[in-house]
Design a protein around this ligand. Structure first.
Ligand code: TMP
Length: 210
């Protein structure tokens, strides 16, 4: 892999928290010096895995299988998209990352036996590509789900889960971003979109000047 020069920012949040809109807006504000990417996906091969893990067929396999697929996609994404962009000195804004695996596969699906494996794989697969900061767009599961349902888009099998699942996702994301990640910040995503973007931008700028 190439050596990192740029800055790697992750924006994560529960369903309906606005990660995609906020990540794309931040990239637009930076212009050519920044790239938007997303997980699952972000490279041609990883986008194929995205189709698999978000399809209803994913429900026929167990959480271990899904956990492995999310990590496989992430490894390809790092090698093909994230590492080259960072080597060029770009600001990489990634819509979801391993914080989502921690929250959706481990905490929300009660797979505590996978936690140790998670950290081992993380160390090996991420190597020097540990994000410089994780920004959590914090929204109550009730608000988030209502927003997600209000959009005219197909809901994936995670979106369709019961409210308790989304509450656990929220708990897992907070646990990861506040207590486990190397650098994490929380933005109140119940605020108007413009303010959410502004608050996120402040955190990103702070990381860039450190
Ligand atoms: P979205 O990014 O369009 O919301 O869809 C991605 C879905 O995949 C979302 O429901 C969260 C889920 N997810 C996981 O369960 N584990 C992961 O590691 C990632 C990156 C996403």
């Amino acid at each position: 892999m190439t050596t990192k020069k740029g800055t790697f920012i992750v924006i994560d949040g529960g369903e309906g928290s606005g990660t995609t809109t906020v990540a794309k807006e931040i990239v637009q504000k930076f212009g050519w010096g920044a790239v938007y990417t997303r997980e699952p996906g972000g490279s041609p091969y990883a986008e194929k895995i995205r189709e698999l893990v978000l399809s209803d067929d994913a429900k026929t396999s167990d959480v271990e299988t899904q956990f492995a697929l999310f990590w496989a996609a992430r490894r390809d994404h790092i090698k093909k998209t994230i590492a080259p962009a960072l080597a060029e000195g770009k600001v990489v804004i990634c819509d979801r990352f391993d914080s989502s695996t921690y929250a959706y596969q481990l905490i929300a699906q009660e797979q505590v036996q996978l936690i140790e494996l998670f950290w081992k794989i993380r160390e090996h697969f991420l190597g020097e590509y540990v994000p410089n900061v994780y920004v959590l767009l914090d929204v109550s599961p009730e608000t988030g789900i209502a927003r997600a349902k209000g959009r005219n888009e197909d809901l994936n099998h995670f979106d369709k889960r019961k409210i308790d699942f989304h509450k656990s996702v929220n708990k897992g994301l907070k646990e990861f971003v506040i207590t486990k990640a190397e650098h994490g910040s929380v933005v109140d995503a119940e605020q108007p979109l413009e303010k959410v973007i502004e608050d996120t931008m402040v955190i990103v700028q702070e990381r860039l000047t450190q």
